[in-house]
Design a protein around this ligand. Structure first.
Ligand SMILES: Nc1nc2c(ncn2[C@@H]2O[C@H](COP(=O)(O)OP(=O)(O)O)[C@@H](O)[C@H]2O)c(=O)[nH]1
Ligand SMILES: [Mg+2]
Length: 397
């Protein structure tokens, strides 16, 4: 008689409050056990889906939905193993493990198991698991998880041709490198600062973008006494949105400090929204003075209060503002017009125009560095390039 290996479940990600937790069920019954607690968004049970698919759905205990999860088979594992990727709240993961235990996969202590599973079969796989722990939005999780089926096979295909056709291999790697910035932003997030003169509607716009009232709005200039920040998602991209105090000369020490602090935060932002009041004539010089130097950042000029009569045409901005950016947009923070368009422009500024989550992408600084080196070789030595590519994949043994 053949004795069947026991089924068990375990936590792969480090214990604690991460953004994402990965629970693995291993054993010959693993897919069937998962079927008992997983309702896929498509009508089929998990075990009836193609082996290499990532399946989205809900983890349920009885009628209660515990979490949205993403489920995939671990390729080429005997006995089979199934990974469930959930949001990493400690209690959620405990409940998932407890439910799997009830269904016949007892919880195994992870520490030794963790060491056996990781380092993974290759560096890319390891980086996928690490990046999953950093991910803060569903879109980011899906994007990273897909790289199992996107990035690895692409690299394998390139590895197969690199010695015979180095040019072609380089070209493909170069194309893939083009999406790196967006990939990093999807994983790490970016800061978006709202800056500009007092009373232009910065806090109103901030609240509109946050989708709830998190900053004090008042017709008085200087109401925002310090910067206010809030994590938000725009199209699944994690952003830290910052509202700053209006720029104006002030004899109030507290207010001056608030303005300075706002400028500091603004200086670190990847995107800065300069909000102007389109219904008021602009006092020249008042705005320009306050440009803080900082790292290169994308400026977007937001002409607000589009619901009122314009005091100047949008296409003839005062020169001190006009030369900052050609990227301008009219909105009404009060009634919401133009906001969808603004969000679109922000994501474009972050490098997401034409970016495709479904494509293979490089997503860690290490990958970026190795590929950049490979592309920068002066010599055309295909053997050296092949060795380099093998280092990128980092297969053990
Ligand atoms: N008509 C109109 N008023 C607005 C709009 N956005 C803001 N306001 C008003 O402008 C004033 C200043 O807004 P606030 O957001 O506090 O400006 P901040 O000083 O730049 O933060 C408030 O009375 C807002 O209600 C808008 O789109 N249209
Ligand atoms: Mg304000």
């Amino acid at each position: 008689m053949i004795s069947r290996p026991a089924n068990y479940s375990e936590l792969l990600t480090p214990p604690g409050a991460g953004a994402i937790g990965v629970v693995r069920v291993t054993g010959s019954d693993a897919p069937i056990i998962v079927d008992r607690v997983f309702r896929a968004n498509n009508p089929r049970p998990f075990s009836a889906n193609a082996p290499n698919r990532i399946v989205y759905g809900r983890f349920v205990v009885g009628d209660e939905v515990i979490d949205d999860v993403l489920v995939s088979s671990v390729p080429d594992r005997v006995p089979p193993a199934v990974d469930l990727c959930a949001h990493g709240g400690v209690r959620i993961l405990e409940r998932i493990l407890e439910a799997l235990q009830r269904e016949g996969a007892p919880i195994r202590e992870s520490s030794e198991e963790y060491a056996r599973v990781w380092p993974a079969a290759n560096r890319i796989q390891q980086e996928i698991v690490e990046a999953l722990q950093q991910a803060r939005t569903d879109r980011a999780v899906r994007f990273i998880a897909r790289q199992h089926h996107n990035l690895m096979p692409s690299l394998e295909r390139i590895a197969a041709i690199i010695e015979s056709d180095l040019e072609q291999a380089r070209e493909r790697l170069g194309v893939m490198l083009g999406g790196f910035r967006a990939a990093r932003t999807l994983i790490e997030g970016a800061t978006l600062a709202i800056v500009g003169p007092p009373n232009s509607g910065k806090s109103t716009l901030f609240n509109r973008l946050v989708g709830r009232s998190a900053a004090v709005v008042s017709p008085l200039a200087g109401t925002t006494r310090d910067w206010v920040g809030q994590p938000v998602q725009m199209q699944g991209i994690p952003l830290f949105l910052v509202d700053t105090a209006g720029w104006q000369p002030s004899s109030d020490t507290l207010e001056t400090m608030a303005i300075e602090r706002g400028l500091e935060v603004g200086a670190t932002a990847q995107v800065r929204l300069l909000v102007l009041d389109g219904s008021q004539p602009m006092g020249s010089g008042a705005v320009r003075r306050r440009w803080a130097p900082g790292k290169p950042s994308h400026w977007l000029i937001v002409v607000n209060k589009g619901d009122l009569t314009p005091a100047w045409p949008m296409d003839s901005l005062p020169p001190e503002v006009a030369d900052l950016s050609r990227d301008r947009i009219e909105v009404s923070a009060r009634n919401g017009t133009g906001i969808d368009h603004l969000v679109e422009r922000i994501t474009t500024a972050l490098g997401f125009a034409g970016w495709d989550d479904e494509q293979p992408q490089f997503f860690t600084a290490r990958q970026h560095e190795v590929v950049t080196e490979l592309l920068a070789y002066k010599s055309d030595d295909p053997v050296r390039a092949a060795v380099h590519l093998a280092r990128l994949i980092g297969r053990e043994g």
